[in-house]
Design a protein around this ligand. Structure first.
Ligand code: NDP
Length: 251
């Protein structure tokens, strides 16, 4: 039996990296997946790849900072797959970087919008649909080792947003546990994606990041996707309000 048979999932940030691998993995485990990001062509190619492998996916090109995008994703899950069981709210970007003493307020706000407010908007519209399914629904936020496990010079806004996701997650887990909705945060370590490469673009920076990890390497995105699958499926049926570290031993 596939782990996500008869389930419907929303995966944001699905045009590349961790989200793309997770969408493919969820689909291969039987879920119908709504894949969300801004780059429409990348989503279309992902939907084609999933279909060619026998899976089901629908693209939604949109910006997770817009509430309408959150609404449309849930509406599509209902229309195309009959409801919503799993949400992997994973879209994010490094945003404004540098010293807080130099950081413009709009850069700070936009970074929080991309990484934290986007998760609030998503959860706001996903939760009512997920509660209709009864027990077995799973809401997951992609946080980060940055900000939670280690301070990273120049990444104050991103770190604050990612740590904020853990507070949001714990609150929602407490509010909806009795209704059977599980809410967890996944905290990847450095991962070999577009973002991971941008954050460590020189050999020195890459070596610095790798050395933060006990395993002395970056993760591949599919390694993080497997942890997302664990949180999404019934293997984690008594797990809620937790931080799952897939970080090669940073903490
Ligand atoms: P990628 O850059 O490969 O993926 C980021 C994804 O987020 C893309 O699909 C991008 O799509 C999407 N995205 C960004 N901003 C928006 C937006 N405003 N609206 C819609 N989609 C958006 O990086 P990762 O796969 O590494 O990142 C995935 C998550 O993992 C992020 O939340 C990141 O913070 C987190 N993370 C990453 C780590 C790493 O080392 N790579 C470590 C720890 C956490 P598009 O541009 O098409 O909109």
């Amino acid at each position: 039996m596939k782990k996500l048979a008869n389930k419907t999932a929303i995966v944001t940030g699905a045009s590349s990296g961790i989200g793309r691998e997770t969408a493919k993995l969820f689909a291969s485990e039987g879920a119908g997946v709504i894949v969300v990001a801004r780059r429409a062509a990348a989503l279309d190619s992902l939907v084609g790849e999933i279909a060619a492998a026998g899976g089901r996916a629908v693209a939604l090109a949109g910006d997770v900072r817009d509430e309408d995008c959150a609404k449309r994703a849930v509406a599509l899950a209902r229309e195309r797959f009959g409801g919503l069981d799993i949400a992997f709210n994973n879209a994010g970007s490094l945003g404004a970087q540098g010293s807080v003493t130099e950081m413009p307020l709009d850069g700070w706000r936009d970074t929080l919008d991309s990484n934290l407010t986007s998760a609030f908007l998503a959860a706001k519209h996903q939760i009512p649909a997920m509660l209709e399914r009864g027990a077995g629904a799973s809401l997951i936020f992609t946080s980060s080792f940055v900000g939670y496990s280690v301070g990273f010079p120049g990444m104050a806004a991103y770190a604050a947003a990612k740590a904020g996701l853990v507070g949001l997650m714990r609150t929602l887990a407490a509010e909806y546990g009795a209704a059977g909705l599980r809410v967890n945060a996944l905290l990847p370590g450095g991962t070999d994606t577009e973002m991971g490469r941008a954050a460590a673009s020189t050999p020195e920076q890459k070596a610095f990041v790798e050395n933060l990890h006990a395993m002395k390497r970056l993760a591949s995105p599919v390694e993080i996707a497997r942890s997302a699958l664990y949180l999404a499926c019934d293997d984690s049926s008594f797990t809620t309000g937790t931080t799952l570290f897939a970080d090669g031993g940073v903490s």
